[in-house]
Write a protein that binds this ligand. Structure first.
Ligand code: SF4
Ligand code: MSK
Length: 671
């Protein structure tokens, strides 16, 4: 019997997504939502109980005490599967970092058409952090040295990845003691694959120790380097006004959606779309111009730097095509559904792959080369414009929400103290006094196995009421943006009184958008700076902070979760645990779960837990924050203690309907 499909309202809480899911139904077109309904997840694989690394198997261990053909136990198989997932996630992020380093090298040598070193201050800061001389040197010379240093970190065989030196000293000592300082990015990923080959490392604890080392090569390695270089090349983000949701597509414009992760091509497409020749070309094709928008983390990259609107998050990639209004979806790497190509057969949309590493059968491939990026970006745009005439019936949902993204750690530092006394002191003080109860980083993907955006937005809203400051990245940030939570003053009635006072005083939204999934390293930097500021302990594990990935789905999320735990954070994932086993059938299946929670907590002060229920997630978050407050000797959180807002303008604004309030604060935003 066919499995029952969810209604559009059950599948997504986003009205734009609901509208297009109805259209998909009417047209008889499947999406990830319907495929998730039709395809029951394999409960053996989902619980990490299947091994397929050699052809004596695949072995499915479903009975008590059962072992694989080679004798491998369930604990070993689960640990091995988890290590492999973390290695793949780390490889994806870090390979992105490698490409950024090569682009930096090409820019430094004047070989990258259209690019420039946009943030010289950041270049100098990062160079100094890495002991690269900066005095009396040109930016190009400094960038050349930095690029060489960063490129060398990938293939380095001995020593330590240099970026790890930015962690608090106490943290570095823990890593040294536990033997998990990454030597080189590629080396740790390769060793993870070697150790998990048939007949190698078969001690779950030993295997998972290497998972930690591999993830650190990502978080305090490849990803952190990627963020550094993106800022140097494209500018360190600072708040800008943007919009999110599918209503950013424009009926009378050529719509080009960029999707994936790397800012190198998308930044160039932004630049090319504003050139007179492209605008003229679009007009000749009968369009008013080119409307660019983004999906997934490419969206975050260009949103927070250029204010280019986000059409949506991960689960909206197919829905964008279902509008019938997208001339081209330009993809690079990661989180790109193969279904885009067959879906686009029903419309005129051209799916354009651009990475040397990613091709999809049936898609148009226009390969990106950073040496002639502007030329390629223009070619892609002309290709999209030529497709405008093929457009059929269009249905663009009338849903778009304003947001203010762009809270890099540099900007947070600046906004708290201004140019001359930039400091985390006000943030630390607010946490110490209890105005801010603690901090939660809510990050990560969407997953069609849960209601699209619900967990992100529900957990965020409930924690805001509890005076928890929220920082967000990735698809979670876009989910909350669509609900208006990333707006400054306009979202404040939804937050607790103490946090509200801080937001009003500093002029920030209660949810800070910090970038793409690679930019989770910005959160590590903020935590390190909070520690350095003083008053909240001498290491990250003492800060009243929690990381959450309520709707996670990718291997990259597991890598991020693990490096955050190794950095001292309590990390909660929603959904199902990939190492849960089936306790009713296998009695010894919780060893890996114990290692990554209790074991890692003992070793690193952080732990990884999988909690599907959002209310339990919130309870665990608050309990952890309150425990850390108590351990630091801070006053117990008291919801009544703060909150006499003295800002008359805010009180006046609150009386207005939301749309008028936004207009009053930001002025009319081009629709
Ligand atoms: Fe089965 Fe062992 Fe081969 Fe895994 S390694 S598939 S458990 S025989
Ligand atoms: S894009 S990894 S779905 S956050 Fe970074 Fe979104 Fe997750 Fe992809």
């Amino acid at each position: 019997m066919a499995k029952k499909r969810r209604s559009p309202q059950e599948a997504s809480k986003d009205p734009a997504a609901q509208e297009l899911l109805i259209r998909a139904d009417e047209l008889g077109i499947g999406t990830a939502f319907s495929r998730a309904d039709d395809m029951k997840a394999c409960n053996i694989g989902a619980a990490g109980m299947c091994c397929k690394i050699c052809s004596m198997g695949p072995c499915r261990l479903t009975k008590d005490g059962q072992v694989g053909v080679c004798g491998a136990t369930l604990d070993t198989i689960q640990a091995r599967n988890l290590v492999r997932a973390i290695a793949a996630g780390s490889a994806a992020h870090s390979d992105h970092g490698r490409d950024m380093a090569f682009t930096l090298k090409a820019v430094a040598n004047g070989e990258a058409e259209g690019y420039a070193l946009r943030d010289i201050a950041k270049l100098r800061t990062v160079a100094e952090l890495n002991d690269i001389p900066i005095d009396d040197r040109s930016p190009e010379d400094i960038a050349n040295d930095l690029a060489d240093l960063y490129i060398s970190q990938f293939g380095q065989q001995r020593g330590r990845v240099v970026v790890t030196k930015r962690a608090p000293e106490k943290r570095q000592k823990i890593w040294e003691e536990k033997g998990v300082i990454p030597r080189g990015v590629d080396r740790e990923v390769v060793e993870a694959l070697h150790r998990t080959h048939m007949g190698d490392d078969q001690d779950p604890e030993h295997l998972l120790q290497h998972a930690v080392r591999t993830s650190l090569a990502d978080g305090w390695g490849g990803s952190m380097m990627a963020t550094d270089i993106s800022d140097i090349l494209f500018g360190t983000p600072a708040p800008v006004l943007g919009q999110a949701n599918l209503g950013v597509l424009k009926e009378d414009y050529v719509n080009v959606v960029v999707h994936g992760h790397e800012p190198t091509l998308s930044e160039m497409i932004v630049a090319a779309s504003q050139t007179p020749e492209i605008l003229e070309y679009a007009k000749q094709a009968g369009a008013k111009g080119v409307q660019l928008s983004g999906i997934c983390c490419t969206a975050n990259e260009i949103l927070m730097r250029q204010g280019v609107p986000a059409a949506g998050n991960f689960l909206q990639q197919e829905l964008a095509i279902l509008t019938g209004a997208v001339e081209a979806m330009v993809v690079d790497v990661q989180c790109i559904m193969q279904a885009l190509v067959s879906l686009s057969d029903n419309f005129h949309t051209d799916i354009i792959t651009t990475s040397k590493k990613v091709k999809i059968k049936g898609a148009t491939h226009i390969e990106f080369d950073e040496h002639k990026a502007l030329t390629i970006a223009k070619d892609i745009l002309r290709h999209a414009i030529d497709n405008f005439k093929n457009r059929g019936e269009v249905q663009i949902p009338d849903h778009r929400t304003d947001l203010v993204p762009g809270f890099s750690h540099e900007y947070i530092n600046y906004m708290l103290g201004g140019s001359y006394r930039a400091s985390f002191r006000p943030l630390n003080d607010a946490i110490m006094s209890g105005r801010i109860r603690g901090v939660a980083a809510i990050v990560g993907c969407n997953n069609p196995r849960s209601q699209h955006d619900h967990l992100h937005t529900y957990v965020t809203k409930e924690l805001l009421k509890q005076d928890v400051l929220i920082v967000e990245t990735g698809c979670g940030a876009i989910a909350c943006a669509k609900e208006g939570l990333l707006l400054g003053e306009a979202g404040l009635e939804k937050v607790g009184p103490g946090l509200r006072e801080v937001c009003e005083t500093v002029g920030i939204p209660p949810v800070l958008h910090m970038g793409s999934c690679v930019d989770n390293t910005r959160i590590l930097t903020v935590l390190t700076q909070v520690v350095a500021e003083g008053g909240l302990g001498d290491d990250i594990d003492q800060v009243p902070a929690v990381g959450l990935a309520p709707e996670w789905m990718s291997e990259k999320a597991l890598a991020i979760g693990t490096y955050c735990v190794a950095s001292g954070a309590y990390v909660i994932f929603g959904g199902s645990s990939p190492v849960s086993g089936m306790p009713d059938r296998v009695s010894d299946s919780d060893l890996v779960t114990k290692i990554i929670s209790e074991g890692w907590e003992e070793d690193y002060g952080g732990k990884l837990e999988f909690i599907p229920d959002p209310d339990e997630m919130i309870e665990a978050t608050l309990a952890h924050i309150d425990k850390k407050r108590a351990d630091l000797g801070l006053p117990e959180y008291d919801a009544e203690r703060f909150g006499e807002s003295g800002d008359d303008r805010m009180l006046e604004l609150e009386k207005l309907p939301l749309s008028e309030r936004r207009e009053s604060i930001y002025g009319a935003v081009a629709k």
